[in-house]
Design a protein around this ligand. Structure first.
Ligand SMILES: [Ca+2]
Ligand SMILES: [Ca+2]
Length: 383
């Protein structure tokens, strides 16, 4: 069972006393409405697969991926509940399908195992709606033995390369200062080619920023606390990345920059939280200088845990096109802002609310979904 509101968290609890327990989404607001596509067991992610525009995949935290076809449940695509350690912030947290999925049949999952380690495994599909459980191949295992929190959890492909975000190893204030340590893979955005090559389970692109330099070659960016959800924005020519990095006790932050510039970037944790110097428990990491500042941050008076979303590209939602839609786990209100490379603007509520949002996601038609940890998955539709 999940611990309500525990999922990607870790900031201090929201003390406003107005959490949306029992609230149902309003049917209509701001030109956008929420349409329920189904109810699931502790869902934490939703996505589509290249070449299969009619399918939608919902990730259930205990360890299943459920598939819908044309909006109707079409079965369990993958069940790995036996190898997933679930609860709180742990569990099966993401699935990703590479651009060549239709031909290669391979896809990837991100989960925590019985030892608490972060694992990315590869599987292959047997049919459009059924994975081959026996095709499992371990791609990478990242030890995360000390604390149960801050496991990261997002997989995203950009081209053939797999990006994934790991948490800092947990507790509060990153006691071992993992996020600033380029010799460990915690508190990082990582980038690999997940295909087996040369007798190894994956390869590292030669142009990763720390190849040939001190620091693990898999690292793309560092100084992250718990980048539970991130997405790519390909609406603007040069691809950009939007990272919702969950904060400690004071600030939730959104990082938004070109993918190029994110190469080698230091996002500042745990010297910095949001725009501010981090001075609370287990602080003491000096500001290294040259860090990438967020484009937006909000304080814990209006939330507890950012749930990063997507820059909207669904042509059915003209009022939201180009805006970044996100939410906060405790507040549940859907919000949007205009992302700029220097600073976001125009942050405002959509007028829609979801209980304990755990993620957003897009299908192959660029339609946008929001997931409630309590069970429902909704699609954002025009009013
Ligand atoms: Ca620290
Ligand atoms: Ca290196």
């Amino acid at each position: 069972m999940l611990l309500t509101l525990a999922l990607p968290a870790c900031g201090s609890a929201n003390d406003q006393g107005d959490s949306p327990q029992g609230a149902e989404p309003r049917a209509k607001a701001g030109g956008v409405a929420l349409k329920k596509v189904g109810t699931f067991d502790t869902p934490v992610y939703v996505t589509g697969a290249p070449g299969f525009p009619k399918l939608l995949f919902v990730v259930e935290q205990p360890g299943r991926v459920v598939v819908l076809k044309d909006g109707r449940r079409a079965g369990t695509f993958l069940d790995i509940r036996d190898i997933v350690e679930d609860g709180g912030e742990r569990g099966l947290l993401s699935v990703a399908f590479p651009p060549d999925y239709a031909a290669s049949k391979r896809f990837y999952v991100y989960y925590t195992d019985a030892e608490g380690a972060i694992r990315v495994d590869e599987f292959q599909r047997r049919s459009a709606t059924r994975a081959d459980r026996d095709s499992r191949r371990s791609v990478i295992t990242i030890p995360h033995p000390v604390n149960a929190n801050h496991n990261g959890g997002q997989l995203q492909f950009l081209g053939n390369l797999l990006y994934f975000g790991t948490g800092d190893g947990g507790s509060g204030g990153d006691p071992p200062n993992n996020a600033q340590n380029k010799d460990v893979l915690l508190g990082k955005l990582l980038r690999i080619d997940p295909r087996a090559a040369g007798g190894k389970p994956y390869s590292v692109p030669a142009d990763n920023p720390f190849v040939g330099k001190p620091g693990r070659d898999e690292i793309y960016s560092y100084g992250l606390r718990n980048p539970f959800r991130f997405s790519f924005d390909t609406t603007n020519g040069q691809p950009r990345i939007a990272i919702g990095d969950v904060g400690q006790n004071r600030f939730e932050e959104l990082d938004y920059l070109t993918v190029d510039r994110a190469g080698g970037a230091n996002f500042g944790w745990d010297a910095l939280e949001g725009f501010s110097k981090y001075t609370e428990e287990n602080s003491g990491t000096p500001d290294p200088g040259g860090t990438v500042k967020p484009v937006f941050a909000y304080g814990h008076g209006s939330g507890c845990t950012i749930i990063g979303g997507y820059v909207v590209r669904d042509p059915r939602l003209p009022g939201l096109r180009g805006r970044y839609v996100y939410a906060d786990l405790c507040e549940g209100k859907l919000r949007s802002l205009v992302p700029h490379l220097k600073r976001a603007s125009g942050d405002r509520q959509l007028g829609l609310q979801v209980q304990s949002p755990s993620s957003f996601g897009e299908d192959q038609q660029h339609r946008l979904y929001v997931v409630s940890l309590e069970g429902p998955v909704y699609r954002l539709v025009p009013r």
